[in-house]
Design a protein around this ligand. Sequence first.
Ligand code: SAH
Length: 341
Amino acid sequence: MKADIKSMTPEELGLFIESIGQKKYRAKQIFQWMYKGIYQFEEMTNLSKELREKLEEVAFIEKLEIKRFQKSKKDGTRKYLFALRSGHAIESVFLKYNFGNTVCISSQAGCRMNCSFCASAMTGFEDNLSPGEMVDQILAIESDTGEKVGNVVVMGTGEPFDNYENLCRFIDLIHTKEGLNLSMRAITVSTCGIVPKIEAFGQDYPQVNLAVSLHAPNNEIRNELVPINKKYPMNLLLETCVKHTKRTGRRVTFEYALIRGVNDKKSHGEELAARLASMLCHVNLIPLNTVDEREFKGVERKGAEEFLAILQRKGIQATIRREMGSDIDAACGQLRLQSKV
Ligand code: SAH
């Protein structure tokens, strides 16, 4: 099998290059080419012909194929459907915010978590993405748009902490100077609440932003919406977030999708505020985006504003997330296959 060199760190690539009888410094040149968006060894003109041919034999450079592409007329959000080598497909989103270009990447094809309101769960779990497949979502989008990406959020399909090792390597690759040179603070990882991995992540990547998909003020509601809550109940999850903040000095963001009649009542807002009262955190309210196959409905803008006011009155920092790309189904939870590859 050919080696997946886009999933290798510069050091690993160095060892690989040595293992095929070449000088280690060549690795740096190859790495730089890959991050310039070059996919063919023959285009790596500062390598000898002999080395290029050797690489062709023993290695490959991960390349995602754009299967479909949509652009929002409202705000310039772009959604990509990429085909993977495995035959599965994933989606990624390019968002233009005033603070810079952001790419939302997928970490898995499909998802095991089965949250009841999320479109991503519907295909079931298909595959973990390799670090190279995660990186290439960004490189492919940079090359398609001709624009640099300044922020990366791991909020597409999949549960990143269910693919932890590849996620970590992905972060190393986009952070490294020879890679995308993104600062840790420009990266956000969102989890549905896999407690042991939140702990590990705080130690491994204290500077990376952590977002937790909370969506409920208590266990009863959360068990229904986010089934992993039965394994890692809310008390434990929130205690872990408190520890995370102590360890890293950074606030946690809680995502809360407002679902009509389910978690959007005044009493829910008050209960949530009480539970978060002593925490250094930020609540991101997301009016649920309706998913055709699910019965849940979002709240109107007014409902979201009322919920926001309840939290704010209790001193909880909160905002309503700006909806981007809703006309192309690119908003949260709507990433999914509409056409099989
Ligand atoms: N598995 C990770 C990351 C992917 S989901 C996680 O759960 O955090 C990214 C965010 O979109 C999560 O907060 C998720 O709960 C939310 N989401 C899923 N479906 C949604 C929908 N239909 N409307 C709004 N937000 C949704």
